[in-house]
Design a protein around this ligand. Structure first.
Ligand SMILES: C[S@@+](CC[C@H](N)C(=O)[O-])C[C@H]1O[C@@H](n2cnc3c(N)ncnc32)[C@H](O)[C@@H]1O
Length: 398
């Protein structure tokens, strides 16, 4: 069982991070606080919360340009996100990590150093990886190029896509620290940049309440604004797969057009709140099954983008899932690291519940056609989402 992080040190480094950002010209609305998600649980993760009301369009935080660890703009144009940008960002993180006290990003590196090295499946135990692969049965898992892949992609994407000497991590020697830099570049990175303070915001696709302006890549920094009036106690959130600047372009193609709930577990190590999304290829056409659950009355709403996946396919996955609980999952409840077991069991329950919702009432699924328009301001779009969309494999020709 890996020893948990040094939680007291984590609290200190978060305070130092906030002071550092402010000293560099950063701003925090007086009602915004970076704190642990659950104040009575000193091991719960961090997020940005309100301790008083704010109005729509209020400036909640300003992230100064020079606290960002950002790649040179040369990487923005002709480099693919998959095998260059994430790799380069991991190198940058390693460089500053090795610089230690001499790093100009010391407060951020100190916080990163307090993070557990086992947060996402690629860094899990072998048993945990194998069980998660089994639970994926043969449900589409879209790889880093948005092509279908098997459940093994959850845990072998670093070996498959970055395992070579020219990208920091050599599969043969399996250096855990180098692998972790790549995992962190994926988990906390925004393609070209690691963004201290802003990367404290958590994900919730069903409750996006912030937007960034002008762009998170703006070298002079950017502001985080309220998308609506909010009350004390609310958390500042956005959709990790929908570029933070994108709220100004409702139909911009972004990662959420081909990555969903399974990929959220791959990249960030948790099962997201509803709406859950599952992308399938039917021939060349990418179809999406969306299972939403009303947060007040608990009722489910099933919808599909462009077309619904065939009930035959979903039934096949569902029938393969059912026996896994007794046969494979429960027997490992005592031997797997507890956080891995908890997440795999949660993911299993999510798949079974979601697929049952669809199979019980396939006729009630609402089908919407989505056409991705060209974004109004191409540059912002280019900077913030092209990298993800430009590597998409067989996107649907909508
Ligand atoms: C960029 S960090 C966000 C800040 C992070 N919570 C922290 O304490 O530093 C992304 C990680 O936060 C956690 N996270 C973000 N949103 C979450 C959510 N809705 N539920 C559970 N964990 C979440 C996951 O561990 C994810 O990999």
């Amino acid at each position: 069982e890996p020893i948990g992080p040094d939680y007291a040190r984590q609290d200190e480094t978060v305070k130092e991070l906030v002071d550092w950002s402010t000293s560099k010209g950063g701003f925090f609305h007086p009602h915004v606080q970076i704190r642990r998600w659950n104040l009575s649980d000193p091991t719960s993760y961090f997020g940005a919360f309100l301790n008083g009301p704010v109005k729509k369009d209020d400036l909640l935080m300003r992230i100064p340009g020079d606290i960002k660890l950002q790649l040179h703009t040369d990487f923005w144009t002709n480099s693919s996100i998959v095998d260059e940008v994430v790799c380069e960002l991991a190198w940058l993180l390693k460089h500053e990590y090795d610089n230690g006290t001499k790093s100009i990003y010391k407060p951020y590196i100190d916080y990163i150093k307090t993070q557990s090295k086992h947060q996402i499946p690629v860094m899990w135990s072998t048993k945990g990886k194998k069980l998660l692969e089994k639970v994926q049965v043969d449900i589409d898992l879209r790889d880093l190029n948005a092509d279908e892949d098997s459940g093994s992609h959850f845990h072998n994407w670093i070996d498959q896509w970055y395992g070579s000497e020219d990208c920091l991590y050599d599969t043969e020697t399996d250096q855990e620290l180098e692998k972790w830099f790549l995992a962190m570049a994926q988990q906390r990175g925004y393609d070209y940049a690691l963004i201290p303070i802003y990367d404290m915001l958590n994900h919730d696709p069903g409750n996006v309440n912030t937007i960034t302006r002008p762009s998170i890549y703006d070298t002079n920094g950017f502001g985080v604004y309220a998308l609506r009036d909010m009350e004390a106690g609310e958390e500042l959130l956005y959709d990790y797969y929908d570029c933070p600047d994108c709220k100004r372009c409702e139909t911009c193609g972004s990662s959420s057009s081909y990555w969903g709930t399974p990929e959220m577990l791959r990249d960030f190590g948790f099962v997201e709140a509803h709406p859950h999304k599952y992308h399938f290829y039917e021939g060349e056409l990418s179809v999406t099954l969306i299972i939403d659950k009303d947060r007040d009355d608990g009722s489910y709403k099933v919808s599909c983008t462009n077309k619904c996946p065939s009930t035959k396919e979903i039934e096949r996955h569902y029938n393969k899932l059912l026996p896994l609980l007794e046969k494979d999952i429960l027997p490992l409840s005592e031997t797997l690291p507890s956080d891995e077991y908890f997440m795999i069991k949660m993911y299993y329950d999510t798949l079974v519940t979601d697929f049952k919702q669809y199979l019980d009432h396939p006729e009630s699924a609402i089908v919407t056609r989505v056409k991705y328009d060209t974004p109004p301001d191409k540059t912002t779009f280019e900077a913030t989402t092209t990298v993800r969309t430009s590597t998409a494999g067989k996107g649907a020709d909508l």
